[in-house]
Design a protein around this ligand. Structure first.
Ligand code: ADQ
Length: 475
């Protein structure tokens, strides 16, 4: 039986398996974490040099294999090329993008280390599923090591059109390396289209109408498999969470005011300064709602040692202070702002009691908060989702109040619309959104990606050109 081998930048801490706080990819991949599965990634620890021999921990018959990153590699691969170059560029923010050739060299070195660690562990028929922008060149490194398995890659963040992607100095080489995968998956049709446009513009390869394209005598398949959540599990969690003391304390503290909630990692792609600006505009333009709303923004610190994140944190602290300074009353604080993670249970309970879910990233691959907010609602009295049209989730969740996050007046108006929406409209929008969150679930995501990977077979011997050398595959 072919095993599934997952490769991602991070590996969930096996001690937390089964604990809902694990969140993120571990929850999304819950359905494929069956006995026999292997998950390889960075341990989160830094060492003198990057290791290629993984540390192995078994938990419920799933093998977690971790490698440590060398200090220099942490700077070049993680802080540098992954989060200083690829993250802003693929989110279409070239102004925030930096590039240093030595970071790219470090990135390729770490991708090679991942491949080396993996090559020693896989059997011939194992399916390899690589995740996200930190690991764009792993498949090519695996091929270089003679690994002929079926390999798939899924990009969690957006892909950029050629006019932006070609800013990346090694754009063609990175694209070619990605093409060493058999299947490449995207969150939205728009991301796939952007990728195929890069294939055409930069590699001069004409894709077929169904998203396949030939390269070096073989064929690569592209698919769209939007990531989802465990909707049923999350709904149940939210239903239980409202009964907990912490949720009740929150509700009591509102004294009848409507709660508006935002939950994000503190990242410049999430559009938090604009969101605070829109709330300020809302308070200024709609005085009738003052004292009747309380906005809670939970923004967990992330990547605090990467450039721009510290500035963002300072900017938000100032803006929050300004808003509360200008509008607070003796018994009303308009904005509650916390920069820490909350437990999944606490978040689920807060979503459920919130009248509005405010999700306004400037650009986002999918945005699971939008789906969690919908799943958490009481179907008999649901809240309203305000969603950026630049989140991947907007492609599916068209019944949300969709906004352009760059337009503070439009977002301010959307808050007013949400607060004054009729019960009928609120219910019908929610019904439609909930059906979509249930059908585009974590399970559907895993099943369709793995099915596409299983489908790959009978690929003839090929040669792959990468990094100035020619690699023979499936000879
Ligand atoms: P992220 O950018 O991390 O993910 P998102 O999809 O919103 O964004 O997922 C965040 C997860 O972390 C959610 O489950 C949320 O509940 C949780 N979370 C966020 N802030 C939190 C806080 N302050 N406290 C506790 N939990 C918090 C990347 C891409 C997304 C894509 C996902 C999955 O950027 O576009 O949807 O991967 O593919």
């Amino acid at each position: 039986m072919a095993r599934l081998v997952i490769v991602a930048n991070r590996v969930p801490n096996p001690d937390e398996q089964g604990n809902p706080r694990a969140g993120g990819l571990a929850v999304a991949l819950g359905d494929v974490l069956v006995p026999g599965t292997i998950w390889l990634g960075w341990s989160g620890a830094r060492a003198a040099v990057t290791s290629t021999v993984p540390r192995i921990v078994e938990d419920r018959d799933v093998t977690y294999a971790t490698i440590d990153l060398g200090e220099a590699d942490y700077r070049s691969y993680y802080q540098g090329f992954s989060n200083g170059t690829l993250w802003p560029l693929l989110h279409m923010m070239p102004g925030l993008t930096t590039y240093h050739r030595e970071d790219y060299i470090g990135y390729r070195g770490v991708n090679r280390a991942f491949a080396q660690a993996l090559a020693a562990m896989v059997d011939a028929d194992d399916l390899i599923w690589i995740h996200d922008y930190q690991l764009l060149t792993v498949a090519a490194e695996l091929r270089a090591l003679g690994v002929q398995n079926r390999i798939g890659f899924f990009l969690h963040i957006p892909f950029a059109p050629p006019e932006i992607f070609e800013i990346l100095p090694p754009a063609k080489e990175v694209l070619r390396a990605l093409c060493a995968n058999d299947v490449i998956g995207f969150q939205t049709e728009g991301d796939r289209t952007a990728f195929l446009a890069c294939i055409k513009a930069l590699l001069e390869i004409e894709p077929l109408p169904d998203g396949r394209f030939p390269i070096d005598g073989r064929e690569v398949r592209t698919i769209v498999t939007p990531i989802g959540i465990d909707s049923e599990g999350f709904s149940r969690l939210a239903g239980r969470a409202v009964l907990r003391a912490e949720t009740r304390r929150m509700t009591e503290s509102l004294v009848g005011r409507a709660l508006m909630i935002g939950v994000d990692r503190l990242d410049y792609t999430k559009g938090l300064p604009g969101r605070f600006g829109a709330y300020e505009r809302f308070l200024a333009s709609y005085p009738q709602h003052r004292r009747k709303i309380s906005y809670l923004q939970i923004a967990a610190l992330s990547r605090s040692d990467v450039e721009h994140y510290d500035e963002l944190r300072n900017e938000l602290s100032h803006k929050a202070g300004d808003i509360n300074g200008a509008y607070s009353d003796f018994d009303w604080v308009p904005l509650r702002y916390m920069t820490r993670t909350a437990s999944r249970t606490a978040i689920a309970g807060l979503y459920r009691v919130a009248r509005i879910g405010l999700v306004t990233p400037l650009r986002d691959g999918m945005n699971l908060v939008a789906k969690e907010y919908v799943a958490a609602q009481n179907p008999a009295d649901p809240g309203v989702l305000i969603l950026s049209r630049f989140a991947g989730a907007a492609a599916e969740m068209t019944e949300a109040v969709l906004v352009n996050p760059f337009d503070v007046d439009e977002v301010a108006n959307a808050i007013h619309i949400a607060l004054t929406m009729s019960d009928d409209e609120r219910l019908s929008r929610h019904d439609a959104l909930l059906a979509k969150v249930y059908s585009s679930s974590a399970e559907a995501y895993c099943t369709s990606f793995v099915a596409a990977l299983r489908d790959v077979r009978g690929i003839p011997a090929i040669e792959l050109r990468y990094g100035g050398s020619t690699i023979k595959m499936r000879a």
